[in-house]
Ligand binder design. Structure first.
Ligand code: SGN
Ligand code: CA
Length: 525
């Protein structure tokens, strides 16, 4: 193995002026920060109306913001498998988070190719792929979903519990690896995978009091009736109907019912997300939530008032968890800057998928609808990449692996299904850039009851097919109906666009070699 051979970034910088020759030899590093369930609606660089995220905004300001970034299967494990392979779920074999699912770490992965090309690879935080990480020089992962408070970590040396709040700890570990554990003679690719902002949205004790005076604007379609959308009507992710009083909303009280009570408190041998806190953490928590519980009991809310109260509580808790994430991203950026690493490091921030912040009345993700198919994607670019502002091309999480390899100056294997984003980061405008994206969601029957579906999204339209125990098509004109409230499938006048999208769907299913395919007979208008 010769890590000096590919000399990462040389291809990119080779056209620079002679005075910069010494710097040009510096290989480029990658710091990839992935959060969990971060809705772009809750990042001020995408939506300034809800909350401020100054450190995340700094990444976008000093680099680029992708305005059309999507996942191909909106759920954690599958999204992580796509990241590591650059392949759609049916190709990397990890289609859903089902109990016992294990990612096959013996297949080709980006960390393996980077490692073989002389990079050091490190994975810190949420892994959620069942199997043990492969091809990382260093790894410390949360078991499964991990915990917000006093989380356990699995390492090659065994499992240990670390006192504190998970986002701080993952950042501390990342900084510690950068400072003390890596070989400074080699370029590196560090994956920092946060648990935040996953359900049940537990804030750090120091952030509990934030946003309590803020009233979040209810999305216009909060009271969606799902007319004309069979799968949307079947789902179980409604803030009104499915959000739980104790586990999700922290209203721990003997008089309040919640079938999830035991995963919040210590009972039946489980530790519970609240039950595992130490006395000081619990005291801070109770100090904050007890008056809210008392007020809630007095108010005796029901119907729409209760649902809207739940929405406000959800938004506040979620916003507090984002605050800590934003602070910690700032800490990591400061560290890179202090160590002189920013100039030769690509810093990426995204989420494993998008999330509903009350749109359609929902929390969670899974659907191919915009809020969950989209994911925030911002990048701070190393020296030599002058592109700034918005990148509007359609990009997808299959593109990360080839981008990393391209940045490292390594070849991109033919079987990788994504394409390198490097031309876009260099300010090029490739004429043949993709005009459509493929999506396939499999996790059903399962929690939240979102039916299996696949579909195609173009710049303007979306065609989806829900299958398995239903057979239901949906068509949206995203320009006229960005909230996807009016299913146009089968409407007079949509025959031509439906046929075009069916052709495109079939083309993508063949291109990506998906064995579950749309059979067109009888389905065309
Ligand atoms: C858990 C959550 C779900 C969530 C999935 C998947 N339930 O099962 O609400 O959709 O994770 O999330 S909980 O009761 O355990 O909180 S994912 O981001 O990991 O895919
Ligand atoms: Ca997730």
């Amino acid at each position: 193995m010769n890590y000096l051979l590919p000399l990462a970034g040389l291809a990119v910088l080779s056209g620079c002026a002679g005075t910069k020759k010494a710097e040009q030899k510096k290989p480029l590093n990658i710091v990839y920060i992935m959060s969990d369930d971060h809705a772009y609606q809750m990042m001020s660089c995408y939506n300034p109306n809800h909350i401020q995220t100054p450190n995340l905004d700094r990444i976008a300001r000093e680099g680029v913001r992708f305005t059309n970034s999507f996942v191909c299967n909106s759920i954690s494990g599958p999204s992580r498998a796509v990241l590591l392979t650059g392949k759609h779920s049916h190709k990397n074999g990890y289609t859903d988070n089902a109990q016992g699912a294990r990612f096959d770490g013996n297949q080709q992965t980006v960390q393996q190719l980077l490692q073989e090309g002389g990079y050091q690879t490190a994975m810190i935080g949420k892994w959620h792929l069942g199997s043990t990480p492969t091809h990382f020089d260093y790894w410390t992962i949360l078991p499964g979903q991990g915990d917000y408070y006093n989380p356990d970590f699995i390492t090659p040396e065994g499992t240990f519990r670390k006192e504190g709040y998970v986002t701080n700890i993952i950042t501390d570990m990342s900084i510690d690896w950068l400072r003390h554990k890596r070989d400074t003679a080699k370029p590196f690719c560090l994956f920092v995978h946060h648990k935040a902002i996953h359900r049940n949205w537990m804030a750090d004790t120091c952030d509990l009091d934030l946003y309590e005076d803020k009233t979040f604007e209810l999305p216009a379609n909060f009271w969606d009736d799902y007319q004309g959308r069979l799968a949307a009507a079947k789902q179980e992710m409604s803030i009104d109907k499915d959000m739980t009083m104790i586990y999700d909303l922290k209203m721990l009280d003997d008089d309040i019912e919640d079938h999830y009570r035991t995963i919040y408190i210590r009972e039946n041998g489980t530790q519970g997300t609240y039950g595992r806190m130490n006395d000081a953490q619990k005291a801070a928590w109770d100090r904050h939530y007890q008056p809210i519980i008392d007020d809630f009991k007095k108010a005796n809310l029901s119907g729409k008032e209760l649902a809207e109260w739940k929405y406000q509580r959800y938004m506040r808790d979620y916003a507090k968890v984002v605050k800590s994430l934003d602070d910690n991203v700032g800490r990591l950026l400061d560290e890179l800057e202090k160590e002189g690493l920013l100039e030769n490091t690509l810093v990426i921030y995204d989420s494993d998928q998008g999330f509903y912040m009350g749109e359609h009345g929902w929390f969670d993700k899974r659907f191919m609808y915009e809020e969950s198919m989209r994911t925030p994607l911002i990048m701070r670019l190393p020296e030599g990449f002058d592109r700034r502002g918005d990148i509007t091309q359609l990009v997808q999480n299959i593109d990360y692996a080839p981008t990393f390899l391209d940045l490292a100056g390594l070849p991109i294997p033919e079987d990788i299904q994504g394409v390198s984003l490097l031309p876009l980061l260099k300010g090029e405008n490739p004429k043949d850039w993709r005009k459509s994206l493929y999506y396939h969601f499999y996790e059903y029957p399962a929690e939240h009851a979102v039916c299996r579906h696949y579909g195609v999204r173009t710049e303007r339209y979306k065609l989806m097919h829900f299958y398995n125990d239903i057979d239901s098509w949906e068509l949206y004109d995203l320009q006229a109906d960005p909230s996807e409230m009016h299913n146009l499938y089968g409407q007079p006048g949509t025959e031509e666009i439906t046929n075009q999208l069916m052709d495109e769907l079939e083309r993508l299913q063949v291109l990506y070699d998906d064995p579950i395919r749309h059979t067109p007979e009888g389905k065309r208008p």
